[in-house]
Design a binder for this molecule. Structure first.
Ligand code: SF4
Length: 229
């Protein structure tokens, strides 16, 4: 701690309000998960410790701007949407994300959190709808799955599998059964864009009578890969 902080810790704290590194804040249509279709404000935090081979938000790995949590909450409010999605990158790689989530809930928003499933979700505000990935083999990040997160899923949460091929599908089918995921929360299966044909995935799900919800990314149909949507 600096000499200044020792002498006057209260003033120093007042001049260093809690901040997060932010890649973008924008208003769009939620393209996936339970809130699909709702006008939503997205808060994209910078940084991710994973490197999924099919990642479509690599621009969020670096850069960004430091913003105070007060500024972020105020900017979200200016967009006038009830739904807010905190995403990344991996938003939980910045510890103060937990404070932001709490503040957004306190402000009366319906808040969702998109997380890689690699970091601990146990301290996330229970009002937040967590969308927790489980990384399938073709992502290249299978070993990063934090299986203890399954114990912290609530009925309003969702587990999301992004699937690149038949081997991924069979893995996800086995994991869903082994952990009885459909009894805990919604289970979402999505095809990797331009890698697995949506119709093929639909037919596999139907043939196996899986209790899962298939998803296509609505924002990709509307805007392609343009950042800011
Ligand atoms: S966890 Fe998400 S942001 Fe990070 S590399 Fe994987 S897909 Fe990209």
């Amino acid at each position: 701690m600096s000499a200044e902080a020792v002498q006057n810790p209260v003033n120093l704290a007042a001049r260093h309000p809690e901040r997060l590194r932010i890649t973008e804040i924008f208003h769009s249509i939620q393209g996936e998960a339970d809130a699909v279709g709702w006008p939503t404000v997205f808060v994209r935090l910078t940084g991710c410790p994973l490197r999924c081979v099919w990642c479509d938000t690599t621009y969020s790995f670096h850069g960004g701007q430091w913003r105070t949590i007060d500024e972020i909450v105020a900017e979200v409010a200016r967009h006038g949407a009830r739904h807010v999605c905190v995403t990344g990158g991996e938003p939980l790689s910045q510890k103060r994300c937990l404070i932001l989530l709490q503040r957004l809930c306190d402000a009366g928003h319906e808040v969702s959190l998109e997380t890689s499933g690699a970091l601990d979700v146990s301290a996330v505000d229970p009002r937040v709808r967590k969308v927790v990935d489980l990384k399938a083999p073709a992502s290249g990040e299978l070993k990063r799955n934090r299986w203890s997160n399954i114990d912290h899923l609530r009925p309003h949460d969702q587990v999301k599998f992004v699937l690149a091929d038949r081997a991924d599908y069979e893995w996800a089918r086995a994991v869903t059964a082994e952990h009885r995921l459909s009894d805990r929360c919604q289970v979402l299966f999505s095809p990797v864009h331009a890698s697995l044909k949506p119709r093929e995935l639909a037919e596999w799900i139907l043939a196996d009578h899986l209790p899962v919800r298939m998803q296509l990314q609505l924002h990709k149909l509307l805007w392609g890969d343009e950042p800011g949507h």
